[in-house]
Design a protein around this ligand. Structure first.
Ligand code: NDP
Ligand code: X2W
Length: 340
């Protein structure tokens, strides 16, 4: 058994890590930290996590003793904590945006703050693309929730150099905004509504661009929307074919996805005409990808659905932990979505 600690365990992704790790056969959560809940039993905050004996502690990072530590903390906070955690000899999986950028200047521009830890570099924790790097890493930087669905559903198109521009439109459940209530997440503003936000400059644009732009300078734009569901991200990507590829067929597009993801346990490609739904992936680490249609203007329409708290955060973080520990990648993550 390996010991696991969760820093910032009072938040939504912390709770989700606890839920999923409770049935993991090879690891045990031994420490959970919170600054404000010091001394409180876990179920007072996460009522579904019972009988663990776990109590929140307000601990200094250097006093945490575990084989793997998840930092489920906001960006800006993680980079202050992670260097000390790495010095304990633990492997760290960070859920924030702090270590996702190969170029910290891009981070500083989009997050509007100085990066205070330029020494430690994280492997980008999207296993379907970077498994080999993750395997060797001491620090894994879990991707953002929107980028996970957006990158995976567009990657085969850019890898094969087919498109010149991608316009990504995503709808997110409200748990994506974290545990702290705000005006934006207030029930009357959310219910019966669809709220576009940060319509041309959401920070995840830069993360998606980092992963997709490198291929022949494809132009990537992104707009998120809040929808009245607790969990899930539905993404529709409009990719515009290059002039020289206008004769490609939907079947040929599908074959590229089958080639890329055929062996990927967590990626399910929908049948022809089948639309992926949030209700099929909720609570699971699966990504459902569909679409594969091309309209008269040469626009490929791709669709993806994930659970933002699972494949978009804590599930993917556990997938990364499994890889780092040399365990079977699916351990503790095999359960299906809770349809309907
Ligand atoms: N929610 C989601 O769907 C996703 C979230 N993420 C990222 O994962 C991370 C955690 O997200 P989420 O669980 O939703 O966030 P929450 O806001 O729900 O929880 C974060 C927790 O971090 C602790 N915290 C806040 N500030 C600090 C600080 N300065 N130092 C130490 N601890 C601090 C708080 O605990 P306390 O006050 O008790 O100490 C808080 O409960 C964030 O970086 C987020 O951007 C990534 C993908 C998806
Ligand atoms: C619905 C909602 O508010 N979602 C968050 C993104 C989720 C997230 O946590 O992103 P990082 O890990 O990159 O911080 C947002 O748009 O800021």
């Amino acid at each position: 058994m390996k010991n696991v600690a969760i820093v910032g365990a009072s938040g939504y992704t912390g709770g989700e890590l606890l839920r999923m790790l409770s049935v993991h056969p090879e690891v045990e959560v031994t420490e959970i930290t919170s600054r404000k809940l010091d001394g409180q039993p876990v179920h007072k905050t996460h009522p579904h996590i019972r009988d663990t004996g776990l109590v929140f502690k307000d601990k200094k990072p250097s006093d945490i003793d575990a084989d793997v530590i998840f930092t489920a903390t906001p960006h800006g906070a993680s980079m202050k904590i992670v260097p000390e955690l790495l010095e304990t000899g633990a492997k760290v999986v960070d859920l924030s945006g702090d270590y996702r950028y190969r170029n910290t200047e891009v981070y500083e521009k989009w997050y509007g703050m100085k990066h205070t830890d330029k020494k430690n570099k994280g492997a980008f924790g999207l296993p379907e693309l970077y498994r080999d790097e993750i395997e060797k890493a001491n620090l894994v930087s879990n991707p953002g929730c929107f980028p996970t669905g957006a990158i995976l559903s567009s990657y085969p198109l850019v890898k094969n150099d087919l498109v010149e521009k991608i316009v990504i439109d995503s709808k997110s459940g409200v748990s994506g905004a974290g545990v702290t209530p705000s005006g934006t997440t207030h029930y009357p503003n959310i219910a019966d509504n669809v709220n576009p936000y940060k319509i041309s400059a959401h920070r995840h644009t830069s993360e998606i661009q980092q992963e997709l732009h490198g291929f022949d300078d494809v132009k990537v734009s992104f707009t998120p929307h809040l929808v009245p569901v607790n969990r899930g991200i539905q993404t529709t990507s409009h990719s515009f074919l290059k002039e020289e590829h206008l004769d490609i067929t939907p079947d040929e597009i599908r074959s590229l996805y089958e080639e890329e993801y055929g062996d990927e346990y967590f990626i399910k490609l929908m049948d022809e005409g089948e639309i992926p739904h949030l209700s099929s992936v909720r609570g699971s680490n699966f990504v459902h990808i569909g679409g594969f249609e091309i309209d008269e203007t040469g626009r490929i329409v791709m669709l993806s659905c994930i659970d933002n708290l699972v494949k978009g955060a804590s599930g993917q973080a556990i997938q990364n932990m499994n890889i780092v520990l040399g365990l079977k990648e699916q351990l503790g993550l095999q359960h299906l979505g809770i349809y309907p």
